[in-house]
Design a protein around this ligand. Sequence first.
Ligand code: NAD
Length: 332
Amino acid sequence: MRVLVTGAAGFIGSHYVRTLLDGGYPGTEHARVTALDLLTYAGNRDNLPASHPRLEFVHGDVCDQPLLRELLLGHDAVVHFAAESHVDRSLRSGADFVRTNVTGVLSLMEACRSTGVPRVVHVSTDEVYGSITHGSWTEESRLDPRSPYSSSKAAGDLVALSYWHSHKVEVSVTRGVNTYGPHQHPEKLIPRFVTNLMDGTPLPLYGDGRNIREWMHVADHCAAVHRVLSDGRPGEIYNIAEGTSLTNLALTERLLALCGADASMIRRVPDRKGHDLRYALDSTKLRAELGHGPRVPFDRGLADTVDWYRDNPDWWKRTKQEYDDGEGGYGT
Ligand code: NAD
């Protein structure tokens, strides 16, 4: 089996590739992987093995149609992770978000159609449904994205699904909740707070910290994506959830405890514009249809993640020096 993975040098894409190459997904132990990534500020070549007999790394853009057509020949599947992924950056400028998250999906789907790739998974986010006060969103819920990031992801989802309806490209869409784990860029909440605590600098908590997010370990997110790739139905959307729901303040308190610090490290910063209050997904469909549920308990996953950042200061110190997040708080 040959799989092309886009965004393969990013947080979730690189976890997926490492697990695939390690034989972590039964039935695809011998898969050959083409890892495509533009290496934006968020991509890190060190997230992937330097060399591996079944890995080919390609430095390239999902908007580059001729490149995609050339690369895709002979591939059995595509898993599309590549995206601009940071809400706060999208509030400052949305152009790259529309380019990669919408035009990039069109470019990829068109290349899949013209080269006859048999199977595609387009990886998306719970944020396309917007904020919900009570209950949880199902796959049938209305799209109500609130930021340039989430609206560009929602548009990309529709473009991807249109290639099933119009051209019978066998694409499924996944919508996952907030994901955490090793190798996540320190612009995002958990790595930002953990590395700030290791540096002895304050934690910039947005507003009153009562925004609620559901957290899932990257291993569970990737396993669900692979399950959808193997057994999901084309033209269908699968929510990926059943993580742990917490306010940002409660999560911050857990991180403080794991790092041996106290609430004096919290510095309140003005809230993010249009900050969605609560996300919650219903993933009954994934469990009922594909028998998939999460495996990593939150407490263990969070403690292991903190340990990973403690053990890998070279990785995050270099990455943190290279980016400037201005006055903002963090991405969730
Ligand atoms: P990330 O920002 O860590 O990685 C994105 C990767 O895409 C980077 O390696 C970057 O270099 C690459 N990239 C960006 N533009 C590109 C382009 N034009 N061509 C090729 N490569 C390009 O993001 P992530 O957190 O790993 O998220 C991966 C996917 O999962 C995204 O589609 C995101 O919307 C989705 N998602 C993320 C989360 C989360 O909590 N992180 C939750 C749900 C869904």
